[in-house]
Design a protein around this ligand. Structure first.
Ligand SMILES: *[C@@H]1O[C@H](CO)[C@@H](O)[C@H](O)[C@H]1NC(C)=O
Ligand SMILES: *[C@@H]1O[C@H](CO)[C@@H](O)[C@H](O)[C@H]1NC(C)=O
Ligand SMILES: *[C@@H]1O[C@H](CO)[C@@H](O)[C@H](O)[C@H]1NC(C)=O
Ligand SMILES: *[C@@H]1O[C@H](CO)[C@@H](O)[C@H](O)[C@H]1NC(C)=O
Length: 476
């Protein structure tokens, strides 16, 4: 009876563990993707806004499965790639979503003309979702919409803390504000002051998101705008120098701002996608990335740099860097997205995958193996004669050791993947030693608790591989 019970218990534990590992592989990697930003990530909110800055006409979307949607490129954007790789539905544009439907995989609040400052783009582009409004809409989502879909506040809190927040904004604060004679910003502030002001403002918007539960942020630099066909200096054959110095100043301040945020708010993590250099390299050397043309837009463009409606775009869109005179093609979005998903090129080691697996809070884990169950007194209570000099049931112990070997491999894998996370599997625990037929005495528990090393008690079939580190030597 006891033997059957223990054996079944072991099988159940082992199956349970591997079933969880297997089924998690098919689950989304994050519960949701929320997006705030401008035309580089927009997907349709502007279609129903009173603005002229829309992309809901051909040839935009020519390579997108659903055709024209409001995406400002030929096909997929950064958001579409990330949603796909995270195993999530593409976050719907918030303004086009029917709020009586249930949806917990995130929303896209982005709007083409949006800037960090509320007045940005308003002179030329009417009414749209500025960063302020986008943050307000997310607050509404977190405080009014989501609570109706979650059983209790703790569940919602946990969900938000694991969700990814993608923030891609800033360029319009230059072209549609600081550098435009229609605005007063450059009369009030110099280049450095302006960069300081808008990065500060972005920091406080991010804090607003944090306050309602957001924890994992992937923030994009402004890219090499001076190299876009709209600004490239063709006569000199170089990127616009003037824009370059503005954007570099901003990007530097943004990095500092995120470092300050990371130190001041608890339990949040900020990844920075350094796309400036990547875009610069793409323009300077497209062939290195398998592309051909980085100087010409793929579609015929208007004064604004956007595609003219219903004009045929170039055929070979897979080898173009730019779709219109400003926005990259799907081919380039795929490169950018990939480099910050699991590569180190764009975001350093703090890429999206690191963001996913970084556990906020807990860092050091000690995980116990299944012990030598074949040696438990209850197992030895058997009618069959035991082989000489063995007091353990070898079949049971070999199954245990298979399970433990898999467990150790799994944790080694995790440990090397998550460099900052210490995961120590602990070797088996058993010395004379049992209080009842199954459970160790307190003397044994004390030894196990203070020392990882294997207690050598007729467990010769287990090699002594226990790490020599003691629990107190792990980082606090
Ligand atoms: C494409 O259109 C279908 C049908 O209208 C819709 O169910 C689906 O969500 C759309 N996909 C995207 C990515 O917009
Ligand atoms: C929104 O969704 C609800 C529930 O599914 C449905 O009854 C309603 O007709 C939808 N409204 C629109 C405008 O599609
Ligand atoms: C610039 O300043 C003038 C004078 O104060 C004001 O009337 C105008 O609205 C300002 N422009 C913008 C875009 O804020
Ligand atoms: C991540 O890395 C693997 C292995 O290097 C690669 O095969 C894969 O395409 C990368 N990208 C994604 C989105 O998983």
């Amino acid at each position: 009876m006891g033997r059957t019970f223990n054996f079944m218990h072991f099988v159940v534990v082992c199956l349970f563990f591997f079933c969880i590992v297997e089924s998690e592989a098919k689950q989304p990697l994050a519960p949701a993707l929320y997006v705030l930003g401008d035309s580089f990530v927009a997907s349709g909110n502007d279609n129903i806004q009173n603005t002229d800055a829309k992309a809901n006409y051909a040839p935009y979307g020519i390579d997108f499965p659903n055709g024209t949607t409001g995406r400002v490129t030929n096909g997929l954007t950064l958001v579409d790639f990330y949603a796909q790789w995270l195993g999530l539905q593409v976050p719907p544009p918030y303004l086009l979503f029917n709020q009586s439907e249930k949806h917990t995989e995130g929303f896209n609040y982005a709007s083409g003309p949006a800037g960090i400052r509320p007045e940005t783009s308003t002179v030329d582009h009417g009414v749209f979702l500025s960063m302020d409004k986008q943050v307000e809409l997310f607050k509404k989502t977190a405080q009014e919409y989501l609570p109706t879909l979650f059983g209790n506040p703790d569940e919602l809190k946990d969900y938000l803390s694991k969700s990814i927040f993608l923030v891609v904004i800033g360029r319009n604060d230059y072209t549609q504000n600081f550098l435009s004679p229609k605005y007063n910003s450059s009369k009030k502030w110099n280049m450095k002051q302006f960069a300081e002001i808008i990065t500060d403002e972005l920091g406080s918007k991010i804090l607003d998101l944090y306050t309602v539960g957001a924890r994992k942020f992937l923030v994009f630099e402004i890219d090499a705008m001076g190299c876009e066909p709209a600004f490239y200096e063709k006569q000199k054959n170089e990127c616009s120098d003037k824009l370059t110095s503005y954007i570099s100043t901003y990007n530097h301040k943004l990095e500092v701002e995120l470092q300050i945020l990371a130190k001041t708010v608890r339990g949040a993590i900020f990844a920075l996608a350094k796309r400036y250099q990547l875009m610069y390299d793409l323009v300077a050397n497209p062939t290195r990335f398998g592309l051909k043309d980085s100087l010409n837009p793929c579609c015929p463009v208007s004064q604004s740099g956007l595609c003219l409606p219903n004009q045929a775009p170039c055929k070979d869109r897979k080898s173009q860097v730019f779709f219109d005179a400003i926005h990259p093609t799907e081919a380039v979005y795929s490169i950018i997205a990939n480099q910050c998903f699991n590569g180190t090129g764009l975001c350093g080691s703090l890429n999206l995958q690191e963001l996913l697996y970084r556990m906020l809070g807990a860092r050091n884990f000690v995980v116990f193996e299944i012990d030598a169950m074949g040696c438990l007194p209850v197992m030895l209570n058997t009618p069959q004669p035991m082989p000489p000099k063995t007091r353990c049931l070898d079949q049971v112990n070999s199954l245990v050791s298979i399970c433990n070997a898999k467990l150790a491999a799994k944790f080694n894998e995790l440990g090397s993947f998550l460099k900052r996370l210490k995961v120590s599997p602990c070797k088996d625990r058993s010395s004379h030693v049992f209080f009842d037929g199954t459970h160790p005495s307190d003397a044994t528990n004390k030894v196990i608790a203070t020392d990882y090393r294997v207690l050598q008690w007729h467990t010769s079939m287990f090699p002594n591989e226990c790490p020599t580190t003691r629990a107190e030597e792990l980082e606090p």
